[in-house]
Design a protein. Structure first.
Length: 307
């Protein structure tokens, strides 16, 4: 049997900077996996279909139409097709809210999973993370607590009864990148290396006195000028100050809560260490496989509505 004949559907995670594709056969069997730096920020609306076709051409057949299920930034107003947000509290994915995207090639049928929104207690949005959450809930349907999702825009998500109750987003990762690479601190902070003590001190300082973080940040530059601190320690302390400030703001999310961290392993361990300084234990799960698990769940829900 050829790859085209084996291909049942295609899962797509289309973010701001990257594109990931999984080609799946019967029963969710993985046939192939591909990725490219062809994120939404590089494409016009007309560019999505040809970009995807270039990735999956050899899995398509003229004899059938292959379903393609997408999540992520592809569903924004500037994406392939806008998929309006679902308001929480709600399940992370609902097949009734999925949106069809217009295609010119009859070999594919594209559907987009919407993100989530909230208006209270503060306006917030997520797009893409809902698929990770759905993937996590596939294996943990009885989870009741908070998912910590570090990244460029970190999210703290309250889950109960398989629904997203509320969530809060922080620009922690983006702030780190801007401060470390584009601010006055760029020459003080190393690209690599680490200092556990400096990180822990930064976390403790920010949690105990978050109002002093701006001053503590400038001290990193002063220490570099006075040769009283290493760039590796500055890198760790910068991370500690920003994560500590995030923890100070999310206290209601972690005090007395059941916590699980969904993240790339390296950043997950850093957050776990920060939480452990507050006496909290949070297991770290690799977020990467959860996207595909979430899309698998979405596909099953989508096909169930058509039966």
């Amino acid at each position: 049997m050829s790859l085209q004949e084996k291909t049942e559907w295609i899962a797509v995670d289309w973010g701001l900077t990257n594109l990931r594709v999984w080609v799946l056969g019967a029963g969710g069997n993985l046939l192939a996996e591909r990725s490219a730096d062809q994120g939404m920020e590089k494409l016009t609306r007309e560019g999505f279909e040809p970009t995807l076709l270039a990735m999956i051409e050899d899995f398509l057949s003229d004899a059938k139409t292959t379903p393609v299920l997408c999540s992520g930034m592809v569903g924004t107003a500037g994406g392939w097709a806008e998929a309006p947000f679902q308001a929480v509290p709600c399940a992370p994915q609902s097949a009734e809210a999925f949106v069809s995207a217009k295609t010119n090639d009859p070999r594919i049928r594209v559907t987009i999973v919407p993100g989530l929104s909230q208006t209270s207690p503060a306006p917030d949005l997520m797009r893409g993370e809902e698929t990770q959450i759905a993937g996590f809930l596939q294996s943990n349907p009885k989870f009741d607590g908070v998912l910590v999702m570090p990244g460029t825009h970190s999210k703290w998500v309250h889950i109960s009864a398989e629904e997203v109750v509320s969530f809060q987003t922080f620009l922690t990762g983006e702030l780190y990148a801007l401060l470390a690479r584009q601010s006055i601190l760029r020459n003080a902070v190393a690209i690599g290396g680490w200092d556990d003590s400096a990180f822990e001190n930064g976390v403790s300082e920010a949690i105990s006195r978050p109002e002093s973080v701006a001053a503590k940040l400038f001290s990193l530059q002063a220490e570099a000028q006075l040769s009283s601190g290493s760039p590796e320690a500055a890198r760790a302390r910068l991370s500690g100050l920003l994560i500590g400030m995030e923890l100070a703001a999310t206290r209601p999310y972690w005090l007395g809560q059941n916590l699980t961290i969904l993240a790339a392993p390296d950043i997950g361990r850093i957050y776990a260490r920060a939480l452990s300084l507050q006496g909290l234990q949070a297991p770290v799960l690799d977020a990467a496989p959860l996207v595909r698990e979430g899309l698998l769940a979405a596909y099953e829900a989508l096909t169930a509505t058509k039966d």
